[in-house]
Design a protein around this ligand. Structure first.
Ligand code: GLV
Ligand code: MN
Ligand code: MN
Length: 428
């Protein structure tokens, strides 16, 4: 796999149309965010907003001449035929669902960027030996149904389709019912033909590129991710009369867990561990009642699998000890767990050659965030292009922002990588 076939004049996408479409898509699920005073995006997977966005993106795919199919987990693929239909395709894509407080770029850049790549190939009259496919995957964020990378994990065979279908949201709606309700219960097999390669263009969502002063990152891999739901069981009692030493306060235990996770991160014992308690609910949630229950989510990230395992073991023992100290017991529920995923060197090199051809400086970096690419990597050679964000690369908030020029540069890199991988047909 080399970039030697890349034509002399690099391919360039229509960055104005890319930007306009990013801004149009942002309005589906758009809301006025009180905390930031900005316009954010709330487009949780398989909601009405997601359905509307899906329909618009499918329209754009069809306008770009792509043949669209939907698989049984609701992943959508649009195919541009290659000269040799027997060859496996080059797949690009990402996701269009967002967190509840999202921005305009997370995921969408890779999907709309993929469509622009196809349009640029068409505009330049370039045919490729391999088909090129643009895809978007169901419930990448995991915010609604509790497991991230759901669609791509089903595609890669890591998560069973029946298990995925049965997952429920906070109101008890299942993935299966929601797919049917929004009309994206496709019939294509959920395990897709193995692509020749997968390339995902995505905003970095972190500070590395900005600090290096470059728009482009070549992603070396994705760090390990651990999501667990922890339920702490204490005992409700009167806030005014119950002696301090006689309490089984689940709220106190939850607070200790939050602080211990931060201490673990600061200690260095677990390498570059990052830990977050992003949700915490106390019950029965009354001012004058000691909390009987606490339910919290624990999100751990680590670029080292052994140190991740050590962190999980340490936290488990810490929580066990809460029983002796506070009379609070615990149950754990595994939500998601993935190991470190290194990306393919040769695909990284193709992306590097593409950036070089465009005269764009880049750095190589491991991804702090999870991506569909980490799942598809189990099936075919995979790597990612990162695009720098503003404000330190902040993301999962309406402050998420990447400059039009950076987005255009990233998708140009994607386009030339795709062309090199798909093989331009040279007609002498
Ligand atoms: C995906 O956005 C993640 O949680 O890393
Ligand atoms: Mn994303
Ligand atoms: Mn995200």
């Amino acid at each position: 796999m080399t970039a030697s076939d890349t034509p002399r004049a690099p391919l360039r996408v229509d960055r104005e149309r890319l930007w306009q479409n990013l801004m149009r898509l942002k309005e589906i699920g758009g809301y006025d965010d009180g905390a930031t005073g900005l316009r954010g995006v709330r487009r949780l997977a398989l909601t009405d907003e997601d359905a509307q966005a899906r329909r618009l993106v499918v329209t754009w795919m069809e306008e770009a001449g792509l043949r669209v199919r939907v698989d049984r987990i609701g992943n959508v693929y649009g195919e541009r035929a290659g000269e040799d239909p027997a060859l496996p395709c080059v797949l690009v894509g990402s996701h269009i669902d967002t967190v509840a407080t999202g921005g305009a770029f997370d995921g969408t850049l890779g999907v709309l960027g993929g469509i622009e790549v196809v349009r640029a190939l068409d505009a330049a009259g370039i045919r490729t030996r391999r088909p090129v496919e643009v895809g978007f995957f169901t419930e990448e964020e995991g915010v609604r149904f509790g497991t991230d990378m759901l669609g791509s994990a089903v595609t890669a065979g890591r998560i069973d389709l029946a298990h995925a279908y049965a997952l429920t949201d906070a109101d008890g709606a299942t993935v299966r019912d929601e797919l049917v309700r929004i009309g994206f219960d496709g019939s294509a097999p959920e395990v897709r033909p193995v692509p020749h390669a997968y390339v995902e263009c995505h905003i970095e969502q972190g500070p590395i590129l900005a600090a290096a002063g470059v728009d482009i990152g070549i992603v070396t891999g994705v760090q390990a991710i651990s999501w667990q739901r922890l339920t702490l069981h204490g005992e409700a009692a009167h806030a005014g009369t119950t002696p301090i030493e006689a309490r089984a306060d689940a709220g106190l235990a939850a607070a200790e867990v939050v602080v211990e996770i931060r201490r673990m991160c600061d200690s260095g014992t677990f390498g570059r561990l990052r830990g977050t308690v992003g949700t915490l609910a106390l019950s029965p949630a009354q001012t004058n009642v000691i909390p009987a229950g606490a339910v919290l989510t624990v999100d751990l990230r680590n670029p080292d699998d052994a140190l991740m395992a050590a962190a999980e073991t340490h936290l488990g023992a810490f929580v066990d000890a809460l029983h002796d100290r506070h009379g609070v017991s615990a149950t754990w529920e595994r939500m998601a767990r993935t190991a470190v995923v290194p990306f393919d060197d040769s695909v990284q090199d193709v992306i590097a050659a593409s950036a070089d051809a465009l005269g764009l400086p880049y750095v190589r970096a491991m991804s702090g965030a999870g991506h569909d690419a980490q799942e598809i990597a189990a099936t075919c050679p995979t790597a990612m292009v990162f695009v720098a964000g503003e404000h330190g690369g902040i993301s999962h908030t309406p402050r998420e922002y990447s400059r039009p020029e950076a987005c255009g540069n990233g998708v140009d890199v994607l386009a030339n990588a795709v062309l090199a991988l798909a093989g331009p047909v040279v007609t002498a």
